[in-house]
Design a binder for this molecule. Structure first.
Ligand SMILES: [Zn+2]
Length: 452
């Protein structure tokens, strides 16, 4: 299948890296982008297989900087195979795999294993993230040079904040040599004090222990100061508080080398979703409450914080959207809210859930696509996230009018932990192309009724 030539014709091409936002044809050959060319009516290309895309949006394949593939070690939740299929289903052609696997991705051996198996079995690109500390225990730095040589794209102890400020300082200082970001889960667990949702009126009504927003804000502030001190690259994952945004703004104004991501759920769901009524606030707390699929870290915040992160994404203060796709088994969620695991299954709903903000006029479709393509590619400093000539032919084709009801049982992911089950969304990825090959095609799924 080496010489497949493909012409995606008549779609609205949105490629923010090149400033393209117009109807055009995308030509692909040998797994690479050949050109984006003006559509002429009824244009046909000799020797090219044709993909008709009128009425659709043609975007570079999405790049996710924050994915938990659970492999190795928790294959009952997700594997490289199911996780990359879920990615393809959601329009993602590159996912960065967080290192909180078992064993942890803290050595060249484990990183090499993930890369080998991803190349062999994955349907999209997997770029591993190395651990900051050995075993993610926060005691001793991992061999960061060895990890960089092995192919990681950054360092994180995600899930575990680096509590020891001196260790964080050392990690930042060493990372300068590799030009890679340190991604620290921003949470002061002592301030959080075992809370299970965001502190506030909803937590009080539900009788659940709350985590104050300051648990995040304090850690973000510390890390920004350390990034300034070391002149290193800091990337703040899943930012969610107004306090963090204020600290981020002032650091960016002072020239600190920092970027930040926000998740689809922090952009679209408030803490009121914990009532279990898809965001409705009941007069009396009923049996639907304590929906464990809403338990996530950082927790879902107040509506005010949600509006603040939307604004910050719009203006570019928040650089990108990343999923924090965190698949969990049913047994991790069929339990009390206190006992439930943190995490939401996101890859397959990410685009559509945020597209609701486009329909509501809160964000432009160009900014949404930029946040999923050119933005993360710039942080990775890789030739990804664009339809530039010679780039890997990674493409997501979106039907902006398509309505669908989220049914996690139809996910490619091995897990079903989504608070969006039963919710109708508009705007959907219908085809995903990776290196010139179709890795997801909704029409085929619909015809056969089968999951590919
Ligand atoms: Zn995470």
């Amino acid at each position: 299948m080496a010489a497949r030539k493909l012409a995606i014709t008549g779609g609205k091409v949105i490629d923010p890296a090149q400033g393209i936002d117009r109807v055009a044809d995308v030509l692909i050959s040998n797994g690479s982008i050949e050109s984006v060319t003006d559509s002429s009516t009824g244009s046909s290309y000799d020797g090219y297989e044709s993909v008709e895309a009128s009425g659709k949006i043609v975007s570079p394949g999405f790049v996710d900087l924050h994915t938990h593939l659970r492999d190795p070690g928790q294959e009952w939740k997700e594997t490289i195979i199911t996780g990359t299929r879920a990615a393809a289903h959601g329009g993602f052609t590159t996912v960065c795999a967080m290192p909180n696997t078992d064993p942890v991705q803290d050595s060249a051996a484990v990183v090499g294993d993930v890369m080998r198996r991803s190349a062999a079995d994955g349907v999209v690109r997997v770029l591993p993230i190395g651990a900051i500390s050995i075993g993610q225990h926060g005691k001793q730095l991992a061999l960061m040079g060895e990890l960089a040589d092995a192919g990681v794209i950054g360092f994180s102890d995600d899930g575990n904040p680096v509590t020891n400020a001196n260790l964080m300082r050392q990690a930042l200082a060493y990372s300068v040599e590799f030009g890679m970001p340190i991604i620290n889960h921003a949470e002061d667990k002592k301030i959080g004090a075992g809370g299970v949702m965001s502190a506030g009126a909803v937590a009080t009504r539900l009788g659940l222990a709350g985590v104050p927003t300051e648990a995040e804000t304090a850690m973000v502030a510390r890390d920004l100061h350390l990034a300034d001190l070391t002149k290193a690259r800091l990337h703040i994952p899943h930012i969610s508080t107004m306090g963090s945004l204020a600290a981020l703004r002032s650091a960016k104004e002072c020239g600190v080398d920092v970027t930040a991501e926000v998740t689809p759920h922090h952009l679209t769901l408030s803490d009121e979703w914990v009532f279990g009524l898809k965001g409705e606030v009941p007069e009396a707390v009923g049996s639907a409450a304590y929906d464990t699929n809403t338990k996530v870290n950082p927790p879902l915040r107040s509506r005010e914080e949600v509006e603040a992160v939307i604004d910050a994404l719009n203006e570019g203060l928040i650089d990108i959207i990343a999923t924090d796709h965190a698949p969990h088994a049913a047994t991790d969620k069929v339990c009390t809210y206190d006992e439930a695991a943190h995490g939401i299954n996101v890859l397959e709903t990410a685009f559509s859930s945020v597209f609701a903000l486009v329909d509501a006029g809160k964000i432009s479709v160009v900014r949404l696509i930029e946040s999923l393509t050119a933005g993360p590619a710039a942080i990775l400093r890789r030739d990804l996230g664009s339809l530039k000539k010679g780039f890997s032919a990674d493409v997501a084709i979106i039907d902006p009018g398509s309505k669908w009801i989220v049914n996690p049982e139809q996910f490619e992911s091995k897990s079903v932990n989504s608070p969006l089950a039963g919710v109708e969304l508009t705007g959907r990825v219908v085809t995903t192309i990776y290196q010139g090959e179709t890795v997801f095609d909704l029409s085929v799924v619909n015809e056969t009724g089968a999951r590919s």
